[in-house]
Design a protein around this ligand. Sequence first.
Ligand code: P71
Length: 890
Amino acid sequence: MNAHPQTHEPHKIKTVRLLPFPTLEERKKNLAEAKFNVFNLLPSQVTFDMCSNAMNAVSQEQLSAQFLGDEAYAGARNFEHLQQAVNEVFGHSYVCPVHNVLGAIKLVLSTLAEPGSVVPTNHRTWMDVFEAGGMAPRDVRFHEAKVFTGDVDIVLLDEVLGEGRVSIVDLQAFADGQHPFSLANLRAVRDMTRRHGVRLVCNGSRIIENAWYIQRHEPGWASRSIAEIVMQVAKTCSVFQVDGAQDPKCNTGGILSTDDPDDYEKLMNEVVVYEGLHTYGGMAGRTMEMLARGLTEMCDEAEVHWVMQQTERFTRRLRDGGVPLERGCDGAYIETRRFLPQIEAHTQDTFSAALYQTAGVRAIAQGRVGRDEVVPVQIPRLAMTNEQLDQVADAIIDLYKQRDRIQPMQLSAEGEWRDQMAYHGVFADLEPYAFDTFPYEIHTIEHIAHLDRREREQAIRAAGYNTFLLRSAEVAIDLLTDSGTSAMSTDQWAACDATRATTGNSAAYQKLVANLQDITGYEYIIPTHQGRAAEHLLSSILIKPGQLVPGNMYFTTTKLHQELAGGVFADVIVDQAHDPDNDFPWKGNIDLEKLRALVDEHGAEKIAYVSFEHCVNMAGGQPASMDNMKAVYAWCQGQGIPLIFDATRCVENARMIQSRDLRYHDVKIRDILREMMLYGDGCTVSGKKDFLINIGGIQAFRDNADWADRARHLLRLYEGNVTDGGLATADVAAMARGVEEMLNDRYIRSRVAQTRLLGQMLIDGGVPIVRPPGGHAIFLNARRFLPHIDQDEFPSQTLAAEIYVETGVRTMERGNVSKGRNPETGENYRPALELVRLTIPRRVYSNDHMRGVAEGIIRLYQRRDEIRGLRFVYEPAQLRFFQARFERVE
Ligand code: P71
């Protein structure tokens, strides 16, 4: 089952939650206010909250279950779905819902266990509950076990059962997060309990991790699925309990299941006392629905292996760094006594406080004071990338290196439970840890296709070797475009949700205008449904038939609208932009000499406006320099020629300026962007890129009221209301929020760094790409990748198709097929550049996905000689790249 080690997540990111990064000063203040007990910190004060309970990311399907709450008091449909799921996953016929696992334990104790009886266990977690219920827990764990450390000592159990005061045996799957049991041992326990007429109760809240362990380490189970093992474990037990907030990735809730009608009867009658009716058990209807979905999804083989890979990697890295720990099923359990040998008391809270102080990371030890000395650093399931986890591990290792400097804390208030503790702390002089990674956690995921090679062969043949014709369901990693493919944030969703739809004025519109006025410095902000709508308005307003529109390389829709308005595009980009091997940092610049020559030849009145694109798409996402924008604008002003930006990728351009121009290293992205926009009279924007939205755009003008009036007139005719441009009010709200998020320096840094990483890995693998790596995409040089394929056999198209077959990655052809035929000669154009674009959606893929993409393409490059070209079987007359179909040349 684990024949295919995964290099990346078997899913992509659907929604992100933005993370706060409090400064060292803020962290100290927060810590003091929290009385040096990290339990008291608010989520808004914590960067990475290392807890696996209730903090997991979910699939978009599971999230949607939240909105399917029936909320009936009795007999809810949600309960029926929950029953079905439990029947399918655990094989048990009867289900009793509970508010969480504590409810389940309480219920078992009050119905199935005799008061005062002995309860043999393999765990320590719920001792307090047993003791509070008048039971005497007895540890029967086999402490000498090497692999299955949660196994029961059968001889000891036999003895304890022989004493005759036992009514239930209570085991935990992956006991205390550290000790998995084997199926063989569990079955032996079951047989023994049967002989003694005692029930075997199992808390399976971490059944998935335990099943994975069985699959890996127990003889005979390697080829069985997680789902099968889970069912075997559950069926072995008389009563099975699950906490909804653990493996099923719910935020709360739980269940008890059994096959015994008499026990079910007892549970049903008791559940009304402590929990709720037997058909909701103290859960909201939506929680039952989410739980039902979570139970079915949790056995997904690929997901389980990804999650377990994270734990292994995280604990290995810490161990390699010398940190004393026990490996848990969901993270590292730090041994704080050994971590802080010089500290006499309260080592757990001292460790937690020091970790928060240095890194803003929270790891909480909960439960009763004095019970143990570990602090669990758990990994919220699916919520973090490997890179983020590596950095959290490094933060802990850094702390370990300076552990001698950590001071003891003085108690100021004490209690029986950890959340009651309070301290007077002193801030040791500790070197802080600085994160440099995605400033968001994963909130919702979207599953991606796992086709095998043969299936991908079939899919691409059926798509006529055209990646535009592949179905999304056939694509593993989709690098077709960065347009409209961003993951929205929970704040954007919240803004959508809070919006009341209107066809008139709205707070969303006002916020959009205010934000963009502030960001661009332009007075007139006009929403459009996307970029080409703005291009239509602009071209209609500024172009008189026969006029020229100089620009830094064309973009298809931009040029089309210029032509529809009677204009003629003229390329004035610097020559370096046409040379894929030239490393010039500002390949998006306008060549002022070319522009001058054009005006000298035709006269300034023949120029409609200068069209200046940021991070030029067709040139490979190449930026323009601040000096160039400034110089071109100054010159244009002298000539009375308007300059209009295509600011679709303006933030990426700002980041390139920040990193490549020394003078801007310490300037905020917001301020760089504001200066860039100073050097123009307006802009069009496709918001589907840098604005972090799935739909939307704008048209903006600095101060020309006449242009704005005309734009609004056309907007009413062709698009929608002046307050929405044809967008839903909710989408206007998402855009208003997106333009705030795009200016986060950490975000844009990690965004551009991700593209550069992909480029660098390809360069290191010898793959020819357009240099230097751009902002939104990496372009492969197909002519050099496939030198043996003639341009009339479409090397770019061929390469895009072969990449899909090799890797499941979808890319876009930008070569001979896109360029089309010369209408005069009927021949293919044979453009200088034959490219394949790998476009990176924003906030959607991890750097591990990028690694997977690079490795696949490098593999393909190594066997490039085997690749044959394509020929048309169907060729549309216009924009042929969208619908064209091909077959392989044999
Ligand atoms: C991209 C796109 C989307 C696209 C457009 C046409 C064919 C294939 C894919 C759209 C842009 C863009 C620039 C610089 C205006 C638009 C049009 N790019 N300017 O790169 O890159 O905006 O799609 O919102 O109408 O995949 P729109």
